[in-house]
Design a protein around this ligand. Structure first.
Ligand code: MN
Length: 128
């Protein structure tokens, strides 16, 4: 088991990032890295080798699902679990997220506690 973990959160809305960072704060050995655009996210994913990627679906320019598909084609990134996050669920979006290669689909409003458990699960951490 690793001593520390890194979560990359690709999200254009800073407030969502702050909320999620606060939610995951109890996981003291987890560092959260933020990217505000898909391209920045792709670059950071390659640089910081995250254990889990949290992917906002609605990003300006390249959206989160397109970015996920791109990552799944990259040898160094394809095995990192991608958890999709979305604010407004459109018809068929859950299916599209799984088709793109996401392992989870989290739609707002969601329980912060459940969300934390989900992230911990994909990091291989046990939460009480
Ligand atoms: Mn967004």
């Amino acid at each position: 088991m690793a001593d520390s973990y890194r979560v990359l959160y690709i999200e254009d809305d800073e407030n969502n990032f702050f909320l999620v960072r606060r939610t995951l704060e109890v996981l003291t050995n987890v560092e959260i890295v933020h990217a505000a655009t898909a391209l920045e996210g792709l670059k950071l994913a390659k640089e910081c080798s995250p254990d889990v990627i949290l992917m906002d679906i609605q990003l300006p320019g390249m959206d989160g699902l397109e970015l996920t598909r791109k990552m799944k084609k990259e040898e160094t990134l394809k095995d990192i679990p991608v958890l999709a996050l979305t604010a407004n669920v459109m018809k068929g979006e859950r299916e599209r997220a799984f088709d793109a290669g996401c392992v989870e689909f989290v739609a707002k409003p969601f329980s912060l506690r459940q969300f934390r458990k989900l992230v911990a699960k994909h990091l291989g951490l046990d939460l009480p």
